[in-house]
Design a protein around this ligand. Structure first.
Ligand SMILES: *Cc1c(COP(=O)(O)O)cnc(C)c1O
Length: 821
């Protein structure tokens, strides 16, 4: 990568340059948590709604970063005197301008892809089709936002022969900035759907905004079968070159015929007066649309049909997510077959580091050759080696000629194979033990075969956890809080059924302030996995006190008895100022001190030094129900009085908190210093449910389909009986997995291939039966018990309970699979 001199920035942008000791940078970072080449990095301190990058400057400086973009409020203290600063009103804007300037220095073709769906797939498919024929740069994953776009475009370099970037917007005014950064020579609009419609008055308006991406483009690729898009594009850019595809004869690519047979689509296309037939290796409409957009771009770039028809047969679906699974011999397996280039490798390594059970767990990378990087193999291997050492990778298993040829560039435990086949022949499970393994290969290396060997095999019923959705929900609640309000994330009961350290480490990475667990054991498990956030234990039991001290877990103190026991123990151990949390009972009539205890509590607390009140809190009984609002206000008022008195007597202040998820949305005025977020983070809200994302999906599959004659019975006690000849699917999930037995006999509903199927007969211990008569269903098909398409709330209501109980009833034998999009 080209290095830029920091002091040159003054020539490109308006702002104040403060040069300590001038240096160069090649790399740009906006996220203080993932730094790989500190000495070569420029850090952009962005002040967002929930995060302020300026906060991390000192720590980045200590790691070796010397170049910073900061805003005027930031005070540059003396200890930073050899660092370099560029001071501007808006650092994000300056970052975007910097990258736009860099972009203007390159003349290679640049494809800009926008639209509601399919952006990432079109970008990846263009790259799959181009293959080794060009040196490419493209957005890593779906980096398409105001920050993601400039980070992607920054990778343009002198060897780039083709670049493909995606651009996403969620509101008006955003595209203009992105357009000047990407400045695509070829524009692609995939389609217009419902996403982000709340910020636009009509689909037309949204289209109008998206089309701004193409203001400087030479040509526009679009599907002319969509009237909205065709008219929009033609009205907006009457003088640009149109590269349309569709069924009408005036399209640049005219589709004459299209036929689906099995899993293949044959299309007959007329282009420049010649007719060609292509065979596409899939049968669904969305893939067809994505493939047509990609093919049209290739034709525009000058590739011929001969090339395209061969390349297209090898198109493979884009794995949009990174999966985290339990592996053999207590290993953790991260499978990222998304794509393989240096920047996405660096992202996956960050995830590996973040998910490793503790700092000492050894880390193995199974890596294939990387194509299309434009960097000579030798130099590429040196760069990979630096990256791996930076991330403390203890072992490399390299596959492919490129890596093998330069095997002496790697100074760590490393073995190399020429091909995936060769690796598979020598791969045995005892090669791996107690380690975290990242599997990362270019598509054609078929590393799914490798991950199959290393993953623990469980039965196929599993609970999928969408980590992005969890983070989005967290940020949604954060956006409702003042910037100074702390967040305690509730991870009790195995994080409401969704996992233990896997969830906690994401929350730690997202910088929540506190974690809450119910029992000491849960906290110990998190500490053993390397979680360092403060943790409150809501139900400290006397037996576990020593364990709590050993692992620095902070107890909730709810009675004089517990208070006395702790003081005595701390005295014996010679501990002082141990952080504790006082629970005030404002009306739940469960654990906690009541107002009458005030005087005595003040006295006991004042007369000791063993513990220090870190926070005082109370819990609302009905924050989600309007009918209890008067009572909620009463609770909040009582809490105010109690904490004010306590602070006055103790003569120091502490954190105060009373709101749970529903409370955050309904009583924001009572957020005090911290809130305790629970169910909302896991995707369930009593209010604003539509703004939350579904996090968990409980799924199984059809193990067998039976044909049962009318009036025969199905299952135990002859409970299931249908009046018609029926097709019955057997699903291997039962009450021992946490599928409530009351969901039997038609109460429970599951989704099979988008269709609703109801239960028949009693739920058994390890399986249940559903009626799939007349539905499209086959053995092996996936069944959703609850999830994005089958609401857990409806399921809970049908058996007269709440989603909290449904989530926490899913048994530990059900495998949890975590993924990142
Ligand atoms: C579980 C719990 C919460 C979280 O409640 P949600 O309704 O899930 O947001 C908050 N505070 C305490 C004391 C809890 O036990």
């Amino acid at each position: 990568m080209q290095a830029y001199k920091f002091s040159d920035i003054g020539q490109w942008l308006n702002g104040k340059l403060i040069v300590g000791r001038d240096t160069t940078f090649t790399n740009i970072i906006t996220d203080s948590r993932s730094v790989s080449n500190p000495k070569d990095s420029l850090f952009i301190a962005i002040s967002g709604k929930n995060h302020n990058g300026h906060q991390y400057i000192t720590s980045l400086y200590q790691q070796g970063v010397r170049c910073f973009f900061v805003e005027p409020d930031f005070t540059i203290s003396d200890h930073l005197n050899d660092a370099n600063f560029f001071v501007v009103e808006n650092t994000l804007l300056a970052f975007q301008q910097l990258v736009a300037y860099k972009r203007s220095l390159f003349a290679c073709p640049v494809v800009g892809v926008t639209g509601s769906n399919g952006k990432t797939i079109v970008k990846e498919w263009i790259s799959q089709l181009v293959g080794k024929s060009k040196i490419m740069v493209r957005s890593p994953k779906s980096y398409n936002s105001q920050i993601g776009v400039p980070l992607s475009v920054w990778h343009l370099n002198a060897t780039t022969e083709l670049a493909v970037f995606e651009a996403g917007i969620s509101q008006k005014g955003e595209m203009e900035k992105i357009a000047s950064i990407i400045s695509p020579t070829i524009g692609v609009i995939t389609n217009i759907g419902a996403a982000h419609q709340e910020n636009f008055s009509s689909q037309q308006e949204k289209l109008q905004e998206k089309l701004k991406l193409f203001k400087d483009s030479d040509a526009i690729v679009y599907c002319a079968d969509s009237k909205l898009i065709k008219e929009g594009v033609e009205r907006c850019y009457p003088n640009k070159k149109m590269f349309s595809w569709g069924t009408s004869s005036d399209c640049t690519l005219n589709i004459l015929a299209k036929e689906t047979s099995g899993s293949i689509i044959h299309v007959e296309i007329k282009y420049k007066d010649e007719v060609f037939v292509l065979e596409l290796p899939f049968s669904d409409e969305a893939s067809f649309e994505n493939a047509m957009n990609s093919i049209t771009v290739l034709l525009y770039l000058g590739y011929d049909f001969g090339y395209i028809s061969t390349a297209i047969k090898k198109l493979v679906p884009v794995a949009m997510r990174m999966e985290l699974k339990e592996g053999v011999n207590n290993c953790l397996v991260i499978n990222d077959s998304y794509n393989s280039d240096l920047s996405s490798l660096s992202l996956s390594l960050d995830f590996l580091v973040q998910q490793s059970k503790n700092k000492t767990q050894s880390r193995t990378l199974i890596l294939s050759d990387i194509y299309q990087s434009g960097i000579p193999d030798l130099e590429l291997c040196q760069q990979i080696n630096t990256l791996l050492k930076d991330k403390n990778i203890s072992r490399l298993i390299g596959v492919g000629e490129g890596l093998r040829t330069h095997c002496n560039q790697f100074d760590m435990d490393a073995v190399f194979y020429d091909s995936t086949n060769e690796l598979l022949q020598s791969l045995t499970t005892h090669m791996f033990k107690n380690e975290a393994i990242l599997i990362k290969g270019s598509r054609n290396f078929e590393f799914e075969l490798v991950s199959e060997v290393l993953e623990m095999k469980h039965h196929q019923t599993c609970l999928e956890i969408n980590m992005n959705a969890l983070v989005d929900n967290l940020n949604f609640y954060r956006s409702k809080l003042k910037s100074t309000t702390k967040v305690l994330a509730m991870v009790k009961a195995f994080s409401y059924g969704s996992g233990s350290y896997e969830i906690a480490s994401i929350l730690q990475h997202q910088k929540v302030d506190y974690l809450g667990v119910a029992f000491a054991d849960e906290g110990v498990e998190l500490r053993k996995a390397g979680i360092s956030l403060p943790i409150i234990v809501m139900n400290p039991e006397e037996k576990s006190f020593p364990l709590m001290i050993e692992h620095h877990l902070e107890p909730e103190i709810y009675s004089f008895k517990v208070l006395g026991q702790f003081i005595e123990l701390f005295k014996k151990e010679g501990i002082s100022d141990y952080p504790v949390h006082i629970k005030y009972d404002s009306g739940m009539n469960r654990l906690g001190f009541v107002s009458d205890d005030q005087q005595k509590l003040f006295e006991v607390l004042k007369e000791q030094q063993e513990l220090r009140v870190k926070s005082c809190f109370s819990h609302l009984v009905g924050s989600d129900e309007k009918q209890f609002d008067a009572f909620t206000h009463q609770q909040v008022d009582a809490f105010k009085v109690f904490t004010a008195e306590l602070e006055r007597h103790l003569n120091y202040s502490f954190i105060k908190h009373i709101l749970n998820s529903a409370g955050i949305l309904r009583f924001p005025e009572a957020q005090f210093d911290m809130v305790r977020l629970g169910i909302g983070m896991y995707g369930i809200g009593a209010v604003e449910q539509q703004k939350l994302k579904s996090v968990t999906r409980f799924k199984s599959f059809i193990s067998q389909i039976k044909y049962v004659k009318a009036h025969e019975t199905i299952g135990y006690s002859r409970q299931g009986e249908l009046s018609y000849d029926a097709e019955i699917a057997i699903v291997p999930v039962g009450y021992a997995d946490g599928l409530n037995r009351r969901l039997g006999n038609g109460v429970g509903k599951m989704i099979v291939g988008g269709q609703l199927a109801v239960t028949v007969g009693n739920i058994c211990m390890d399986m249940c039966m559903i009626d799939v008569t007349g539905l499209k269903a086959n053995e092996g098909d996936e069944v959703e018990i609850f999830g994005p398409d089958n609401s857990v709330d409806d399921l809970a209501q049908s058996i007269d309970t709440i989603s909290y109980e449904v989530f926490t009833s899913i048994s530990r034998r059900v495998k949890r699979v975590y993924y990142y999009e």
